[in-house]
Design a protein. Structure first.
Lengths: 258, 313
C-alpha cells in the first residue's frame, strides 16, 4: 500500500478507536449478545439458533450504524474543521486521502467485528457448552458482514463527497435498507412490464445486493455456505466498494474546499 | 528565480439557490514574490487574502489564470514537499497530542523515518512545547495551537512558508514569538508569504507588501520605500508651558503634552519656527521630517478608486 495512504488509514483508525461513542456502541452490541443468551435459555432446544440469529444481527446492525456514523463524517468533518488544509498542503493527493480514510474506517470495523464476534462465540459456548463443526459457518457469516461494512463505508464516503452529513446518512441508510431487500426488488422487477420494469430492474441492480451477503438465518440453522457464494460475494463487495470509492474520489478531486 | 509567480489568478464562486450567479472572490491577480523575501499580504477581512492562499495551496481551483511556486505549476506534486502552510485559526486533530500530530505530518511530508523523531522533538523545542508534547490538543489554548501550527508548517524544512493571519488572536507575547520565528526564517534564507491585517507586524517584518481589497490588488511596494517618503512636513518638539505666539501663524498644528509641545508644520516654515523658538529662548528637543507610515499607505489604497487617483506606488 502507498505509505501515505497507510499513514492516513492509521490516523483514521486511531481517531475512531479514541472516540468514546464507539465504545458505547460496542458495549451495546455485547449487551445484546448477553440478551441473546437470556432469550436462548428460555427457548428450549433452539438456544443455538436464537443466539446465532440475535448475535449476528446485532453485529451487523451495530457495525452498519458505526460505518454510517463515522463514514459520513470522515471527509466532511475534516473540511469543516479545516484539518484537511494542513494535510492537502503536503505531498498528499486527494485520492490518497479518500482511500486512506476508507481503509482506516474498514480497519476499525474489522477490529470491532472481531470483538463483537468474540461476544457471539462466548454466548454460543455458554448455551451449547461446546463448539460444533457447523459453527465454522458462523465465521463465514461474519466474513459476509464485514463485506457489507466495506460497501456501507464506501457508500457513506461516496454520498458525503457531495452532500451534507445528514443527507449522506439518510442516503447510505436507505441504500442499506433497499439493498437488504434487493432480492425481493429483483423479483418484483422480473414481474413488472414496460418502463416500470426497466426502472425497477435498474434500481434493483444499482443498489448493493445486501440480501446475498446475509446468510445469518442459514448459518443459524447450521446449513453450509457454498464456496462459490463466498467467491462471488467477495468479488461483488470488492468491485462495488471500488466503484463507490472511485466515484467519491472523482467528485472530491474537483471539489473546492471553501 | 521567483519563489511565487501569480499570473492573473482569478476566482469566482456560484452563489444563490435557484438562479446561481458568479460572485467574484478574486479579480485577476498578478504578483511576483522573490526568493528570500518576507512578503506581507495586507487587507481587511474578506478582502481575498485567504482565497489567494487557498488557490496557491490547491485547496480551491482557479476560475482563470495560473501560478507557479518555486518554478513548478501549483498542481505539480513536487511543489508540496517544498512548502509549509499555516491556515487561519488552525484546528488540528484533537485526539492526538502535539508529538503525535507532528509525527503524522512528518510522515505525510516524507521526512525520512531515520531522524524523524529527532526532527519532531527539535520542532517542539523550537516553539516551546516540549513540556506539553504529550497533552492532547483538545486541551491546548489558542496560543499553543498556533505554535503547533507554526511547527507543522516548518517541520519538513520547506523553502517557502505560507502563513495565513499568523498573529491573529494571539496575546502580545505570542505575537512577539511569531515575529521572532518569521525573522529566524528570513535569516535562514526562507521565503515567507504571510497575510495579515495587523499593520505594525507587517511594517516590522516585511520586505515588501501588497494591499488587496474586495478581491482586487490595490498596490505593491517595498516597506522601506513606503515608510521613507517625506510628506513635506516637519515635527518640532520643545519645552514650553504654553504655545508661543506666532507659531500658529506659521501653519503649525500643535499639541500640548505636560511641559512639552509637539508641533507639525510645513517644511518651508521650519527656519521661521526655529528663529521664533530662539527668540523666545525656548529649548528645542527634536526636529524630524514627517514620513509616511504603512498605515497611511494602507488606508489610501483601501479608498475607492476615484479618491486614489494620482496616489503613490
Amino acid at each position: 500500500m502507498n505509505t501515505r495512504v497507510a499513514y492516513i488509514a492509521f490516523n483514521t483508525f486511531r481517531e475512531a478507536v479514541r472516540d468514546r461513542v464507539l465504545y458505547n456502541l460496542i458495549a451495546f452490541a455485547l449487551l445484546l449478545s448477553g440478551a441473546a443468551i437470556l432469550v436462548g435459555e428460555i427457548s428450549i432446544d433452539i438456544e443455538r439458533l436464537v443466539v446465532v440469529n440475535l448475535g449476528l444481527t446485532a453485529v451487523s446492525l451495530f457495525g452498519v450504524v458505526i460505518a454510517i456514523f463515522i463514514g459520513i463524517g470522515l471527509v466532511s468533518k475534516e473540511i469543516d474543521k479545516r484539518t484537511l488544509y494542513t494535510v492537502l498542503s503536503r505531498p498528499v493527493r486527494r485520492w490518497e486521502f479518500v482511500v486512506g480514510k476508507f481503509f482506516g474506517l474498514t480497519g476499525t470495523l474489522v477490529v470491532n467485528t472481531f470483538f463483537m464476534a468474540l461476544g457471539v462465540f462466548l454466548a454460543l459456548l455458554y448455551v451449547a457448552h461446546k463448539f460444533e463443526k457447523m459453527d465454522v459457518w458462523v465465521l463465514v457469516a461474519l466474513y459476509f458482514i464485514v463485506l457489507q461494512f466495506l460497501i456501507v463505508c464506501a457508500l457513506s464516503l461516496f454520498f458525503s463527497s457531495f452532500s451534507t452529513p445528514l443527507m449522506a446518512a439518510i442516503f447510505t441508510f436507505a441504500s442499506f435498507v433497499i439493498g437488504s431487500l434487493s432480492e425481493d426488488l429483483r423479483g418484483f422487477a422480473r414481474m413488472t412490464q414496460g418502463v416500470g420494469g426497466w426502472i425497477a430492474t435498474a434500481i434493483a441492480y444499482l443498489v448493493p445486493n445486501f440480501s446475498a451477503l446475509n446468510v445469518i438465518s442459514q448459518v443459524a440453522h447450521g446449513d453450509p455456505i457454498a464456496g462459490r457464494l463466498i467467491l462471488y460475494n467477495t468479488l461483488y463487495a470488492l468491485l462495488y466498494s471500488a466503484m463507490a470509492i472511485s466515484g467519491a474520489v472523482l467528485i472530491f478531486q474537483r471539489r473546492n474546499l471553501k | 528565480m521567483a519563489a511565487i509567480e501569480i499570473l492573473d489568478l482569478e476566482k469566482s464562486y456560484l452563489v444563490g439557490f435557484w438562479r446561481k450567479r458568479p460572485k467574484l472572490a478574486l479579480r485577476p491577480l498578478r504578483l511576483t514574490i522573490e526568493e528570500g523575501e518576507v512578503f506581507g499580504f495586507l487587507g481587511p477581512n474578506g478582502a481575498g487574502k485567504t482565497t489567494t492562499l487557498k488557490l496557491l495551496m490547491g485547496l480551491v481551483f482557479p476560475t482563470a489564470g495560473s501560478a507557479r511556486i518555486l518554478g513548478f505549476d501549483i498542481d505539480d506534486p513536487r511543489v508540496k514537499s517544498q512548502i509549509g502552510f499555516l491556515p487561519e485559526q488552525p484546528y488540528f486533530y484533537d485526539h492526538l497530542n502535539a508529538r503525535e500530530l507532528l509525527n503524522y505530518y512528518a510522515q505525510l511530508s516524507g521526512v525520512p523515518a531515520k531522524g524523524r523523531t529527532a526532527r519532531v522533538e527539535q520542532m517542539l523545542a523550537r516553539v516551546g512545547l516540549s513540556d506539553s508534547a504529550t497533552v492532547q490538543l483538545r486541551k491546548f489554548s489558542k496560543g499553543m495551537l498556533q505554535r503547533v501550527g507554526l511547527a507543522q508548517a516548518i517541520l519538513h524544512d520547506p523553502k517557502l512558508v505560507f502563513l495565513d493571519e499568523p498573529m491573529s488572536g494571539l496575546d502580545p507575547m505570542g505575537r512577539r514569538e511569531v515575529r521572532d520565528l518569521i525573522q529566524q526564517l528570513r535569516s535562514e534564507g526562507k521565503t515567507v508569504f504571510f497575510s495579515t491585517h495587523i499593520l505594525s507586524d507587517a511594517e516590522a517584518l516585511c520586505d515588501r507588501v501588497a494591499v488587496i481589497h474586495q478581491g482586487e490588488l490595490r498596490g505593491v511596494g517595498a516597506v522601506a520605500d513606503l515608510t521613507s517618503q517625506k510628506q513635506g512636513k516637519v515635527e518640532i518638539i520643545f519645552y514650553a508651558q504654553k504655545m508661543p505666539a506666532g507659531l500658529a501663524s506659521l501653519g503649525a498644528d500643535a499639541r500640548v503634552s505636560g511641559d512639552m509641545i509637539n508641533a507639525i508644520l510645513p517644511e518651508e516654515q521650519q527656519d521661521a519656527a526655529l528663529e521664533l523658538l530662539r527668540r523666545e529662548r525656548i529649548k528645542l528637543i527634536s526636529l524630524t521630517p514627517v514620513r509616511s507610515s504603512l498605515e497611511e499607505y494602507y488606508i489610501q489604497k483601501l479608498r475607492p478608486a476615484e479618491n486614489r487617483k494620482g496616489a503613490g506606488v
